[in-house]
Design a protein around this ligand. Structure first.
Ligand code: HSE
Length: 441
């Protein structure tokens, strides 16, 4: 074993960074044996130097992250500060000064992954980021390496624990969105400002990264269609139950049927209770990968938290250190397929539409005609009278209101959008109560 240690600079010492530092210290001998050389924490860049950080030599703490990455003797920079800047500049500077980089920064990789990979390649160094998607769950390496000989057609995942906790609560208790969010906040799952999670930004960044790797194509955050889950209601869950489904916020990356393009999207969707993703409870994450030769694979585990995320960071650290000792680099960006990313309108799926309609003769025929005119084939229709105790709904000469639930066969999102627009114009359609895609069948 080499006795001269490999030097590691840690950028950020919050929930994840402090766990990385702790495990580097407590498992130093095992890490050295696995790598073939000791690894030494050479500096820790923080914003608040006065904070007590147990187990970290105060002499290593600095507020000057730029000076740390420019030192020239750093072998690996571990970036766990998140956000776009200063992380982007620090990573680029680290490459320019000869370091490899391990990052957990999904937002930056989803926005600027190609430029960062190019910087790594120019400097002959590694850029690894297993921790950027779904915490501890091995996903990037299986997609980049284990499935490198296969053809991935679909990646379908629950990649945000906060929203899965909220939706699971709504499903199991009948709670509304706000009540479930309040509980998630009280238990520390949701942040004070939950926007990034509940509006799907976090999941969209992860979808961009997964789609890029799965399809060997550059997919940026802007290419991902995103809808949050703040409008999912208790009544949507009741409808889902009637269909034998539950509702999950899904990240879905798909190759088109003709293989000529791909799509990436994040939105709430009904999923059959028989699908493995339906049983992912609480704040757990899971990703379902469908590939040509391997078939269906599922990756499951804790998608966030200090210790699980540190596990992924340390796995990368070991791999990058081994590469440095070998004078090699691991796989870089693979974007050779360069498939176009199609807009949401091209996505083909099934839909569950709930309409409030006038309950009188001919309404069902009118609604069905609108679907037919837009080429959307209806699978099932269910009608339920509303407020039936106070009206003789449906009888000649009276006009009650009914709830009409239409489930379609597969159609494009554009066709469904046109259908809904036309339905809204019908006098007899009082409102479109909800539209939910049905996935995983
Ligand atoms: N906030 C994320 C989640 C974890 O709830 O899953 C970090 O991506």
């Amino acid at each position: 074993m080499r006795t001269r240690p490999l030097k590691v600079a840690l950028l950020g010492c919050g929930v994840v960074g402090s766990e990385v530092a702790r495990i580097m210290t407590t498992h130093a001998d095992d890490l050295a044996a696995r790598i073939g050389a000791p690894v030494e924490l050479a500096g820790v860049a923080v914003r608040r130097p006065d904070k007590v950080r147990e187990g970290i030599d105060p002499a290593l703490i600095t507020t000057d992250a730029t000076a740390l990455v420019k030192r020239g003797d750093i072998d690996v920079v571990v970036e766990v500060i998140g956000g776009i800047e200063p992380a982007r500049t620090l990573i680029t500077t680290a490459f320019e000064h000869g370091a490899s980089v391990v990052s957990a920064n999904k937002a930056l990789l989803a926005q600027d992954g190609a430029a960062l990979h190019a910087a790594a390649e120019r400097s002959g160094r590694d850029l690894y980021y297993e921790a950027a998607v779904a915490g501890a769950i091995p996903l990037i390496r299986p997609l980049r390496e284990s499935l490198a000989g296969d053809k991935v057609n679909r990646v379908l995942g629950i990649v945000n624990g906060t929203t899965n906790f909220i939706l699971d609560k709504m499903d199991s208790t009948g709670a509304g969105y706000q009540e479930a969010l309040d509980e998630a906040t009280a238990l520390g799952y949701a942040e004070a400002d939950p926007t990034a999670d509940v509006e799907g930004f976090d999941a969209a960044a992860k979808a961009a990264i997964l789609a890029g790797i799965a399809f060997h194509t550059r997919v940026r955050l802007d290419d991902v269609h995103r809808e949050g889950m703040t409008e999912v209601t208790a009544s949507d869950f009741a409808s889902a139950k009637q269909m034998g489904c539950t509702i999950k916020l899904l990240a879905i990356c798909e190759r088109a049927a003709d293989g000529a393009s791909v799509t990436a999207r994040v939105h709430p969707a009904m999923i059959p209770l028989s699908h493995p993703l339906a049983s992912v409870r609480g704040a757990y994450n899971a990703v379902f990968v469908e590939s040509e030769a391997a078939g269906r694979l599922m990756f499951y585990g804790p998608g966030a938290g200090g210790s699980p995320t540190a596990s992924a960071v340390l796995g990368d650290l070991v791999a990058v250190c081994r590469n440095r000792l070998d004078g090699a680099t691991g796989p870089g960006e693979s974007a050779y397929a360069a498939l176009p990313v199609s807009p949401m309108g091209d996505v083909v799926t099934r839909y569950h539409i709930s309409l409030d309609v006038a309950d009188k003769p001919g309404v069902l025929a009118q609604v069905a005609t609108v679907f037919a005119e837009h080429g959307v084939s209806i699978d099932t229709v269910r009608q339920q009278g509303k407020d039936q105790s106070s009206s003789r709904s449906g009888e000649a000469g009276t006009e009650g209101e009914a709830s009409l639930v239409v489930v379609t066969h597969r159609a494009t999102d554009a066709a469904l959008g046109g259908t809904v627009e036309a339905l809204r114009k019908l006098d007899t359609v009082r409102g479109v109560a909800s539209i939910m895609r049905v996935e995983g069948e």
